[in-house]
Design a protein around this ligand. Structure first.
Ligand SMILES: C[S@@+](CC[C@H](N)C(=O)[O-])C[C@H]1O[C@@H](n2cnc3c(N)ncnc32)[C@H](O)[C@@H]1O
Length: 255
């Protein structure tokens, strides 16, 4: 077994091969997107990684796979969806297709509208064993409470119980989170808040969170802050050093 609570520098397939089956509670990760960036010229084997992730995941464990497509010869590659379907073929449930929406996407010159979101595939080995859905205050435009439709029908108030009322509501599966300055020099770090929310939702304190494309160590940092165990795998020594530096910073107590 790989040592817990550290970043392991090397090829993720080789390193995953050193982990026993069914030892991981949650994977939160973002692989390279097609060949949009090479991160120092390293290659990776999607089919090998997918097979190992299925193998090391505990029953009821969850994989959060953040990904997007390159556009080649005028067409999006569709490789994000191909990957999700491959995980399904391996026997995982496609529990949810979520969206990470970016209020501040990096500007691109294109004949299309500004790309402002990425896929977040939530895959599970059977039924997820931990589900702590996050909630937000239910505040409507005109008052203090939002109306939640509990049955079908027109979106209007009536006396037949079409709505339930409450002070909080479960978040929608489109999360708008800014890119921020996370990553300390890594070219494609995802936001700490995105990872933090997923770790809180799909795992419990003390459980093991794995990131096989650890980059600047965002997943590891969030896991550490939330009192989870973690393993990060990263092939580029430069990024391993960034991650180790981030992890060495003091963990602030959660409010
Ligand atoms: C999209 S980035 C991940 C960024 C990360 N989520 C963060 O917040 O910093 C993908 C990472 O996968 C790494 N990578 C590419 N091939 C790899 C391989 N064969 N084994 C391990 N890591 C690899 C790259 O070096 C890059 O840092």
């Amino acid at each position: 077994m790989l040592e817990l609570n550290r970043i392991h520098c090397g090829d993720n397939c080789d390193l995953l091969g050193k982990m026993p089956r069914e030892c991981v509670d949650l994977v939160v990760t973002s692989p390279p997107y097609d060949d949009l960036r090479t991160y120092g010229g390293h290659s990776w084997d999607f089919f090998g990684v997918a097979w190992h992730l299925k193998r090391v995941l505990k029953p009821g464990g969850v994989i959060v796979w953040v990904v997007a497509d390159a556009t080649k010869d005028g067409s999006e590659t569709g490789s994000s969806m191909e990957q999700a379907l491959h995980f399904k073929r391996l026997g995982l449930n496609l529990h949810d297709t979520m969206v990470w929406a970016k209020p501040n996407p990096r500007p691109t010159q294109s004949t299309r509208y500004e790309t402002a979101w990425e896929y977040v595939f939530v895959l599970a080995a059977g039924k997820p064993k931990t589900v702590n859905l996050l909630r937000e205050p239910a505040v409507s435009a005109g008052g203090t409470r939002t109306k939640h439709r509990s049955t079908g029908g027109a979106a209007q108030d009536n006396e037949e119980g079409q709505y339930t009322y409450g002070d909080t509501k479960i978040l929608r599966n489109v999360w708008e989170i800014g890119l921020g300055a996370d990553g300390a020099g890594h070219p494609a770090a995802y936001p700490l808040d995105l990872v933090t929310r997923h770790i809180e939702t799909w795992s419990l304190p003390g459980e093991l969170v794995l990131d096989p494309f650890s980059g600047s160590g965002t997943t590891a940092k969030a896991a550490k802050t939330l009192g989870r165990q973690f393993i990060g795998l990263e092939v580029n020594p430069e990024y391993c050093a960034i991650a180790e530096q981030r992890l060495a910073q003091e963990v602030l107590a959660l409010a």
